[in-house]
Design a binder for this molecule. Structure first.
Ligand code: HEM
Length: 427
């Protein structure tokens, strides 16, 4: 019932021409969100609608995401606009879902710092650099396996055979979750990905509830296992920290953190590898530049993150009356920052729709957000993207698209469910 009310309200506003609502409901915007961002840009830098404020402006997005005047807690201030309160409260509730407290993504300081600092060191650039060799090995093994599935016709689905398995394997090994369950994690993660979207269809809503419950049950059982068989993995160290000092972390915080690390670890990076492959196949001149000058790979990964961002938007609620780049915002207002649109802001990225692996300033993108919620896994994702794409294009110089790709159908996360390719000769 609550789910229905939410969907009806968003759809009604979209039908009235509310661009903010249209971006999150229009089926066309799932296929290609970029024209709707340009329509928004034409309306202004920060556009007010019945439900929210929306922006595709790079400077404003950055200012909102970095501002201490904005929060993520969905505890609505008393005087929040009634319609917004209604919509947020009408939304489904996914206990322990990625956008529900106590997920890191949905809590504010001081709780946010207390929890995030438990895992910062494990995801630092230095810690991630140590995983590069192993990631290269995993990529090579997966390419071998993909090759055996391709058979004589050399045709294969890149998403299921490679792009999803690389991040799922790496994060499972890193956290101390069984790699043998990676396909099951990916399946459960799909429902987690749906839960980020507003205005879900009922079947998607039900799947997200079921998948998040199943993953939570599995994680609780795994924590019990790690209590009996401690090891030096990240999950085991979190369980030990919890057991050693119960006041530091609540049991829900422990569970939510484990779930977020696992799901965020593969849900987004799969799209980086998929979207990157799609772009490079559509622009053979850019793939050729990378073959001639492999030192461009790190920049190419930033350019892929910029041009087809795996996470298309996030949002913040004003914690008090405030002002952003001259726009007054009232306490309780929800501002949607469309990261995928900010990454095509022509003020920051000249000829923003052009794919240029050598682009100066490609790394100014906000694909990993900004401020205190800046992606914890950014260094890991970039390393995996670089290793994964480079291994693929180095081994298969004639890699080619083999029929239409199918999108996942999610809105916040943008990526492909299947990407049929023909491998060509292996090097
Ligand atoms: C947060 C994007 C990969 C873990 C975020 C946010 C974005 C993002 C946009 C912040 C959302 C907001 O400000 O509301 C991405 C992209 C990735 C990626 C585009 C891949 C290309 C990863 C990986 C991990 C990870 C590999 C590994 C565990 C997290 C966590 C947070 C987060 C734990 C929450 C941080 C916080 O709230 O303090 N990510 N991410 N991400 N990401 Fe990533």
């Amino acid at each position: 019932l609550r789910h229905g009310a939410m969907r009806r309200e968003v759809t009604r506003q979209a039908a009235r021409g509310d661009l903010g609502a249209r971006i999150i409901t229009d089926p066309e915007a799932v296929r290609d969100p970029y024209p709707s961002y340009e329509a928004l840009r034409a309306q202004g830098r920060l556009v007010r609608s019945a439900l929210t404020w929306s922006t595709v402006d790079h400077e404003i997005s950055t200012a909102v995401l970095r501002s201490p005047d904005f929060c993520v807690g969905m505890r609505m201030p008393e005087n929040a606009p009634t319609l917004l309160q209604m919509v947020l409260r009408a939304g489904g509730r996914w206990p322990l879902g990625p956008v529900e407290p106590p997920s890191l993504l949905a809590i504010d300081p001081p709780d946010h710092n207390r929890i995030r600092k438990l895992v910062t060191r494990s995801f630092s650039a230095k810690a991630i650099a140590r995983l590069r060799g192993r990631t290269e090995q995993v990529a090579a093994e997966l390419l071998d396996e993909m090759e055996s599935h391709a058979g004589a016709d050399r045709r294969v689905d890149l998403m299921t055979r490679y792009a999803s398995l690389l991040p799922a394997t790496v994060i499972a090994e890193m956290l101390g979750a069984p790699v043998s369950m990676r396909e099951q994690f990916l399946e459960w993660g799909e429902g987690g990905a749906y839960s980020l979207d507003m205005g879900l269809s009922y079947p998607m809503f039900r799947k997200s509830e079921k998948d998040i419950d199943a993953l939570s049950d599995w994680m609780s059982g795994h924590f019990e296992y790690l209590r009996r068989h401690p090891n030096d993995s990240i999950l085991s160290s979190l369980v030990q920290a919890y057991d050693a000092d119960e006041g530091r972390l609540s049991s829900d915080e422990l569970l939510s953190l484990g779930l977020l690390l696992l799901a965020a670890g593969f849900e987004t990076t799969v799209n980086l590898i998929g979207n990157g492959t799609k772009l490079l196949l559509a622009h053979p001149d850019q793939a050729a530049r990378l073959r001639d000058d492999p030192s461009l790979w790190p920049n190419a990964v930033d350019e892929i993150l910029r041009l087809d961002s795996p996470v298309q938007r996030t949002g913040r609620v004003a914690a008090r009356d405030t002002e952003v780049c001259g726009y007054p915002i009232s306490r309780g207002a929800l501002v949607l920052t469309h990261l995928g649109g900010a990454n095509r802001d022509p003020e920051v990225f000249p000829e923003p729709d052009r794919f240029d692996v050598g682009r100066d300033g490609a790394d100014k993108h906000v694909a990993f957000s900004q401020g205190i919620h800046y992606c914890l896994g950014a260094a890991l994702a970039k390393m995996e993207g670089e290793v994964g794409l480079r291994a693929l294009f180095d081994r298969y110089p004639d890699l080619a698209a083999d029929g239409p790709a199918e999108l996942r159908g999610t809105r916040v996360l943008r990526g492909y469910r299947s990407l049929p390719v023909r491998l060509g000769k292996a090097r």
